[in-house]
Design a protein around this ligand. Structure first.
Ligand code: S3P
Length: 386
């Protein structure tokens, strides 16, 4: 008999019964237990001695590594130490693949339970509780009162709906919800044909692909303006092709084709519908030009709560002023409940992180480094996190 479809991670203060609940649940339902404190002791000796000899900071470093390891283990139940929530990296790794259960009890009960034990921070219980309570709340998928029968309480809680981890999703458009590569290719080819370029549509498309990213990166770094980008992308293309291009004519042809494209990425509509069904607000945040973006995002409008276009705002991702504008426009008061989702490390992830927001990077083959809090290969993995 299975209790839950994912591994369970128990968090909560000292004395909340994380280790004992993990053991009891495993005895009843099967599945292995990984007790992070026990694993620490097995590797490095007594926690009290370690604190006394090496200090708390050193303990936290090793604890963080153990939490990340635990997330990758095949344990069905993971009991953490009371301070696990201090490690953002550890908690994000755990909640990517596990369900997080926060165990609570009144302070007097906790005190009574830990009184006879040897814990280095046991005299700081009230202080640590105050500081950590918001973190326990934030990471908890479920909360379980452990005063009477925590096994029964856990069984009951898991039958209820898990609360959302995020209330607001800020979602990039190109190559996140819309197939930009396809749209760009079609539009560049059409422009090359319309202007009758001697190199042909195919070569023009290849050359554009080779230069355009470099020019957009300059805009992201604030080295050029949006108007300069419009010119520079065409002159760079001309140089790549070894021909002189009429900047205005090329931009006109490209833009008018692009505006007509409606290539929604496979599964994006269903994904947005699922997000909407969970009561999460979704906004499209795109580095783009007004008419262009407003036209192209039309197929997404039934599923999102709004679209923010950088040209309209006057700032481009990753500029924090872009994100500040969005947060203020949607009257968001709690940044911790917002997730930025996008494919670009330099605009979506950097901008989100610089603005103090959680980030999730869409990466088809996650083989390069990313500073994102989460990396997903597709929408279904993101739905698990949300
Ligand atoms: C700690 C709690 C302990 C243990 C270490 C630090 C804390 O775990 O990890 O002594 O910072 O609250 P328990 O919660 O299992 O007592």
């Amino acid at each position: 008999m299975m209790l839950h479809d994912k591994p369970l991670v128990f968090i909560g203060p000292m004395g909340s019964g994380k280790s004992s609940l993990a053991r009891r649940i495993s005895a009843k339902y099967g599945g292995t237990v990984l007790d992070v404190d026990k694993e620490f002791t097995r590797r490095y000796g007594s926690i009290s001695d370690f604190f006394a000899q090496n200090g708390e900071a050193e303990f936290r470093k090793l604890e963080e590594n153990l939490l990340v390891e635990a997330a990758k283990s095949d344990a069905a139940y993971i009991a953490t130490g009371g301070g696990a929530v201090l490690s953002r990296r550890g908690m994000y790794a755990l909640r990517k693949s596990c369900t997080v259960v926060y165990l609570t009890a009144p302070t007097a009960v906790l005190k009574d339970r830990i009184n006879r034990s040897d814990r280095p921070l046991k005299n700081d219980l009230e202080f640590t509780l105050k500081a950590r309570a918001p973190l326990y709340e934030m990471y908890a998928d479920y909360t379980v009162d452990t005063r009477v029968d925590s096994v029964k309480e856990l069984e009951r809680a898991l039958k209820t709906k898990r609360k959302n981890r995020y209330d607001i999703l800020l979602c990039d458009s190109d190559d996140t919800l819309l197939d930009f590569q396809k749209a760009r290719s079609a539009s560049i080819r059409a422009a090359a044909e319309e202007l009758d370029l001697p190199c042909g549509a195919e070569a023009c498309d290849r050359a554009y692909k080779a230069v355009v990213c470099r020019v957009w990166k300059k805009l992201e770094r604030g080295e050029i303006t949006a108007d300069e980008l419009k010119t520079e992308r065409v002159t760079a293309l001309g140089e790549e092709l070894g021909i002189a291009l009429d900047v205005d004519a090329f931009n006109r042809a490209y833009t008018s084709e692009m505006e007509k494209t409606r290539f929604v990425s496979d599964g994006a509509t269903e994904f947005l519908r699922d997000v909407c069904a969970r009561g999460i607000e979704t906004y499209v945040i795109t580095n783009s030009f007004v008419n262009f973006a407003r036209e192209r995002t039309k197929p997404l409008l039934p599923y999102v709560d709004g679209v923010f276009v950088s040209e309209e705002i006057g700032y481009y991702k990753p500029d924090v002023r872009f994100f500040e504008h969005v947060l203020s426009a949607i009257s968001c008061t709690d940044k911790r409940r917002v997730l930025v989702f996008g494919d670009s490390e330099t605009s979506d992830i950097k901008g989100g992180a610089d603005s103090g927001l959680d980030t999730c990077r869409l990466m088809c083959s996650p083989d390069t480094d990313s500073a994102a809090d989460y990396i997903v290969r597709g929408y279904s993995e993101l739905l698990d996190i949300l």
